[in-house]
Design a protein around this ligand. Structure first.
Ligand SMILES: Cc1cc2nc3c(=O)[nH]c(=O)nc-3n(C[C@H](O)[C@H](O)[C@H](O)COP(=O)(O)O)c2cc1C
Length: 222
């Protein structure tokens, strides 16, 4: 790429507006004692504001050499067991969390200029939870999961077609067929940060930090 092209991309990026829209207020003094409660209330506000896919989040993990990796997943549930997502245990992320059970989650709700960040430890939930999550998925998703060798090299696209056709037949024969590797994981948070963007960069940051069984709330400099 030439120098002129690089400069023009820089100018293009610098010219893009940021937070140039009405943004919600966030009064951290009114925040509940538990971060899950604030998350549920922000999620409800995001849905009401028409945020597209507000349950999409980044999941960042580390491989055994400490090399970071990240990708987008769907949040499946939040309860006493943690913030949950579902994936294939044999995938890159599944292998990473098996080797090093630390992770970070990140949400960005651009329509509201809001960000939520979670740090914690990851563990698989019990097989019954994974089984019922799997069976609750639409048939097409179940077929795709059963056929997939997620994150492996696909050297010939016809291999995928054949695997999908075989999985389709198998599900037709046994609609309750389970994937042995479909797994629901829970992130048990150590910190959860709520970030409200502001046009003049007076962003508001509230971090919850777990100390024993309690949550400490602290404001952070923007
Ligand atoms: C909006 C969105 C939602 C996604 N949801 C999931 C999901 O819930 N589970 C999943 O395994 N992959 C999901 N993916 C695909 C992942 O980003 C990723 O490509 C895949 O899980 C393989 O990741 P890995 O190779 O790091 O294991 C989603 C992608 C997008 C863009």
């Amino acid at each position: 790429m030439g120098q002129d092209q690089a400069v023009s991309i820089r100018d293009l990026l610098r010219g893009l507006p940021v937070f140039a829209r009405p943004l919600p207020q966030f009064a951290p003094g009114d925040a509940p004692d538990h971060p899950d409660d604030l998350f549920v209330s922000w999620l409800g506000e995001a849905i009401a504001a028409g945020v597209v896919e507000p349950h999409a989040m980044t999941l960042s993990t580390l491989d055994v050499d400490g090399v970071p990796d990240t990708r987008v997943l769907l949040l499946k549930d939040v309860d006493d067991r943690g913030w949950q997502f579902a994936t294939d245990a044999g995938s890159a992320k599944g292998r990473q969390v098996a080797g090093r059970p630390d992770a970070a989650l990140g949400f960005y709700w651009r329509e509201q200029g809001r960000q939520v960040r979670v740090q914690g430890s990851v563990s698989p939930l019990d097989p019954q939870t994974s089984a019922s999550d799997f069976l609750a998925r639409p048939v097409g998703s179940r077929v795709a999961s059963l056929a997939s060798r997620q994150s492996e090299v696909l050297s010939d696209p016809t291999d995928l077609e054949h695997a999908l056709a075989a999985a389709e037949d198998a599900v037709r024969e046994n609609p309750d067929l389970l994937s042995a590797s479909h797994t629901v994981y829970a992130v048990t948070p150590r910190t959860v940060e709520f970030w409200q963007g502001h046009a003049e960069r007076r962003h508001v940051r509230l971090r919850y930090r777990r100390v024993g069984d309690a949550w400490i709330k602290e404001l952070l400099w923007p």
